[in-house]
Design a protein around this ligand. Structure first.
Ligand SMILES: OC[C@H]1O[C@H](O[C@H]2O[C@H](CO)[C@@H](O)[C@H](O)[C@H]2O)[C@H](O)[C@@H](O)[C@@H]1O
Length: 579
């Protein structure tokens, strides 16, 4: 494949790195805090070519003794940049259907209506790049892709890598196979051009990826369409992405080659520049600041930006703040599980192609990863997998939803299923994970960061619930279904209250949305919609029967009789007592 091989050259995507990725212009404008949300500036389009913009900026700096006022900078931005988002047009997916068949699986009329509304939201989240992006990419921070995309929503107006896994599954359940395939083909074209898939569809994400789920997307597409040829044709790209991750993220731990999240760029996150410079004030030297920036961006690569999951303080615990980020020194359960899954799926696709040698090669890679996951990450005492702290050479015995990720991808010996099921269920019991009315929180630690307590996120809820279902033991299956139904009901309550699907929810409050972190809670929202559509499709009949301890049927009949206000009170009580 003629792809560039590593992230070191990727600041050349679109040829405008000095505007959007690093340099004096970016620093000066972002530090002036011209916009409430730092992401706004780096999403704006250039009016002049990058070279001319840089030249004129230099003239401005010289003329102002290198200390331009806020007003000077505001004028410069107004003169040289167009508002954000002008490169994207609203796009109604051409394969969108008013009544996809998943709706037939839902018996309850209110839930069916909700399913219909979620299906409508795909039209709000569809985006197509205008032709000028392809002609003049250097004027934009958006990474050109051939096909339209479904975005997460809110401030996230471009594609995001791992979000797209759940979006694509939702699209497939909504019978929008063309849109789903188009998004997968976009990612494949990005791997061919850039060598890996950046965190999101902007050049400023040039040094980091996100949890590697492209191969999982292809698997989902093939499961829905039986189009084996699609997987076979994708193999070269999928192998390339797998090798990219392994080659650029490897660490040696206890004699095993495992992976960590690791960014390869320099400087603060362009889209949160000022925020990063401020937290870096806690560090004295340029080297220590640069290390801090790396930890922040590596945490962003994990998708969990930010969380106590990545804190290691001087005592070796997770108590701390962003200054304690040590992402690169923590071997994560999810990343290694995903890599195992990628290797297994690549082997499976090679088997479909009849290529036994390649199948064996990737089976071996999977087994090597599995051995590492077992030896380093499985913790017999805890009865679960735990992230591993390489600084203090010890497991991190803190609940994070990703501790259960191996269940999702079956990264364990299947002959151990009964034992693992019993251990994991008692781990769940010990951590009281079934006591939260709004879903399983991402962690049990309250830091104010958005990937900490009490926030609960659709993708992690999905991994936990589907992971338990995979175990296929009666107790695990029962809990899986109970949590899936609870999640659907809680999201429904949030939706009936405010007519929004949220980016994150609140484990402590049935129907409550999440908060915290460096930006306000966003609505839309791609992955939340995808997970609900899948579970409405899978559990739509049980939901109307009120199984799993209280049903949406109860909520529905009350809606028609006593109205929304009373339902709010009843559902809140029900959330605590029944669900
Ligand atoms: O601008 C701050 C951060 O925003 C993104 O992260 C969050 O939203 C993403 C899109 O839904 C999601 O993939 C991620 O898990 C969220 O934490 C962005 O991905 C970060 O890189 C960025 O720093």
């Amino acid at each position: 494949m003629a792809a560039q091989t590593g992230p070191t050259t990727n600041h050349k995507i679109n040829g405008n790195g000095q505007i959007y990725c690093y340099g004096e212009l970016l620093k000066t404008i972002q530090m002036a805090k011209l916009f409430e949300d730092s992401k706004t500036f780096v999403d704006m389009k250039l009016k002049q070519a990058p070279a001319k913009t840089l030249e004129d900026f230099e003239l401005l700096m010289e003329s102002k003794n290198r200390t331009p006022s806020r007003e000077d900078l505001q004028k410069f931005v107004d003169d040289y940049f167009s508002p954000k988002g002008t490169e994207l047009e609203l796009w109604t997916p051409t394969d969108w259907k008013a009544n996809p068949s998943f709706l037939d699986q839902i018996t309850d009329p209110d839930l069916k209506q909700w399913g219909q509304e979620l299906n409508n939201i795909w039209k709000d989240l569809g985006r197509k790049m205008n032709d000028d992006v392809l002609k003049n990419p250097e004027y934009y921070s958006i990474i050109p892709v051939p096909n339209p995309v479904i975005i997460p929503g809110g401030r996230f107006i471009e594609f995001y890598y791992w979000d797209s896994y759940w979006i694509i599954r939702g699209l497939l359940h909504s019978e929008m196979q063309d849109t789903a395939r188009g998004m997968i083909e976009n990612f494949m074209s990005i791997v061919q051009r850039i060598g890996f898939i950046p965190n999101g569809g902007r050049v400023y994400y040039w040094g980091r990826s996100q949890p590697p789920l492209l191969t999982g997307m292809v698997k989902s597409y093939v499961d829905f369409t039986n189009d084996d040829l699609f997987a076979i044709n994708a193999l070269e790209v999928l192998e390339h992405e797998f090798e990219y991750f392994v080659n650029n993220h490897s660490v040696q731990v206890k004699g095993h080659n495992l992976a960590v999240y690791r960014d390869s760029s320099t400087g603060p996150r362009p889209e949160s520049y000022r925020e990063d410079v401020e937290t870096a004030e806690n560090f004295d030297t340029p080297e220590a600041k640069e290390d801090h920036y790396s930890e922040l961006k590596s945490a962003a690569e994990s998708g969990m930006d930010f969380s106590s999951r990545w804190f290691i303080n001087e005592n070796g615990t997770n108590v701390g703040n962003l200054s304690n980020l040590r992402t690169r020194s923590i071997v994560p359960v999810d990343l290694n599980s995903f890599l195992y899954w990628n290797a297994k799926l690549i082997a499976e696709f090679h088997a479909k192609a009849g290529n036994v040698d390649k199948m064996t090669e990737y089976e071996k890679k999977a087994q090597t990863l599995l051995q590492g996951i077992q030896d380093v990450l499985w913790n017999e005492e805890a009865g679960c997998w735990l992230d591993y702290d390489m600084i203090n050479e010890k497991p991190r015995d803190y609940f994070v939803s990703t501790n259960l990720a191996p269940l999702f991808v079956k990264a364990y010996n299947i002959s151990d299923t009964e034992k693992i099921s019993a251990s994991v269920l008692s781990y769940i019991e010990k951590n009281k994970l079934d006591t939260f009315p709004g879903g399983v929180p991402n962690t049990l630690y309250h830091t104010g960061e958005q990937w900490d307590f009490p926030n609960v996120w659709a993708p992690m809820q999905y991994i936990v619930v589907e992971g338990l279902a995979n175990l296929n033991t009666p107790a695990a299956k029962e809990l899986s279904k109970k949590w899936a139904l609870r999640w659907v009901k809680s999201n429904f309550k949030a939706y009936t209250d405010n007519f929004h699907m949220y980016e994150k929810y609140n484990a402590e409050e049935f129907g409550g949305h999440g908060g915290g972190g460096e930006y306000g809670v966003q609505t839309g929202f791609g992955w939340s919609n995808g997970v609900i559509i899948e579970w409405l499709s899978k559990h739509g009949r049980e939901l109307s029967e009120g199984s799993g301890g209280g049903g949406a049927g109860t909520t529905k009949s009350l809606i028609s009789v006593v109205g929304v206000a009373a339902v709010t009170i009843v559902a809140l009580i029900a959330g605590r007592v029944l669900w």
